[in-house]
Design a protein around this ligand. Structure first.
Ligand SMILES: Cc1ncc(COP(=O)(O)O)c(C=O)c1O
Length: 362
């Protein structure tokens, strides 16, 4: 039977045994929730839903191009970044790809759906899960596609532009596409010095994946896109899927979200402060914290075992990272939320640690 393996599963069981609603730290979305302007835009767009949506997302495309300072024709929208990812691999049909380990699971899932062979570049805890120059040797003439998640999920680790440029040039040399997933870049300090989007025109083999999902807390609306300077690839993307994958509601939500400058500033400020709070608290509880430059924290906690299961009993969902390549059941990822919720989670971790100590599970 098919197994759902992401965070954010708030449907399988809604409450704890004693009826408490779960607080979900397992999906990394903006803790400020859906912006008010987006809610309004979705409500008022309902009346237009008797029509099909614009297959070219023209208004949203113009707004996004202005917002990101990229050319309109370089943007392709889809039903979330995951949808764009599957369409990309269907259009390109790479035969061999290089992925980081660990990284977001859907790259492998999408690539396997077109029978692509996967090579892994293992990230090391001793190097704080950072990519090293050794990756250049792993890109060979048989590589058709390299995927780098920046910042990486689940580690929250960043790769700097200097190394990315070397990877990009190596990809040009071996005629491979470089897909950089920047879905979490909006939460990073000085994202401009890490994003590669200014190189789209110069490097047609560069594809950048982005989404409204995490930045504007709208995973349920489904809106993502890719940026790429290759007109032929854009044509292929349109040919490899339905014309209406972005609903009218999603297009209107996207346009409204781009107006939310104060919301973004407030979220960014909150996340920066709360991220540090959580890192300090987790370290004081004996966790090894790595990377964590985005709106989520990646850590190793060896005791107690099954922290995710114990916290679930307390009403908190966190992401066990046991099912990522190159990790084990001691690794976890949590989202950064508001202080009240973060404090609650830390209190629950203290509680389960104490209980485990008494029960001899340490
Ligand atoms: C790194 C990364 N890229 C893409 C996605 C998919 O985003 P969306 O919900 O927009 O499809 C996720 C979802 O968790 C993710 O973690």
């Amino acid at each position: 039977m098919y197994k759902y393996e992401h965070g954010g599963d708030v449907y399988s069981s809604k409450t704890t045994a004693d009826g408490k609603e779960y607080i979900d730290f397992s999906a990394n979305i903006n803790p400020l929730g859906l912006p008010a302007g987006v809610k309004e835009a979705v409500k008022s767009a309902l009346k237009n839903c008797v029509n099909y949506p614009d297959p070219f997302c023209r208004e949203l495309r113009t707004a996004t191009a202005n917002y990101l300072q990229v050319a309109e024709e370089n943007i392709f929208f889809g039903n979330g970044a995951a949808d764009v990812l599957f369409r990309l691999v269907l259009a390109l049909k790479p035969r061999r790809a290089l992925l980081l380990a660990p990284t977001f699971a859907d790259y492998e899932k999408a690539l396997r759906s077109v029978d692509c062979k996967i090579n892994c570049y293992d990230l090391q805890p001793q190097r704080d899960f950072k990519i090293g120059k050794g990756i250049l040797r792993a890109i060979t003439t048989t590589t058709d596609m390299v995927v780098i998640c920046n910042p990486n999920n689940p580690t929250g680790q960043l790769t700097d532009r200097e190394l990315l440029l070397k990877i990009l040039n190596k990809c040009v040399e071996v005629n491979a596409k470089l897909l950089i997933d920047e879905c979490f870049m909006d939460f990073v300090d000085a994202d401009r010095s890490f994003s590669m989007r200014d190189l789209l025109e110069e490097y047609p083999n560069l594809i950048i994946l982005k989404a409204f999902t995490k930045t504007f807390a709208m995973p349920g609306i489904r809106l993502g896109y890719c940026l790429n300077g290759d007109a032929k690839l854009h044509e292929m993307l349109y040919k490899h899927g339905q014309d209406w994958s972005v609903s009218i509601l999603a297009q209107e939500a996207g346009k409204a979200a781009l107006q939310e400058q104060y919301y973004l500033y407030a979220a960014f400020t909150l996340i920066k402060e709360e991220r540090q709070y959580l890192i300090n608290q987790l370290r004081s509880l004996g966790a090894e914290v790595y990377g964590s430059h985005a709106n989520y924290i990646f850590f190793k906690m060896e005791q107690p075992k099954n922290l995710d299961v114990l916290l679930r009993e307390q009403g908190y969902l966190i992401r066990s990272c046991a099912n990522y390549h190159n990790l084990n059941e001691d690794y976890y990822r949590i989202a950064v939320k508001t202080r009240v919720l973060n404090r609650g989670l830390i209190k629950a971790i203290k509680e389960v640690k104490k209980n485990a100590l008494f029960a001899g599970n340490h």
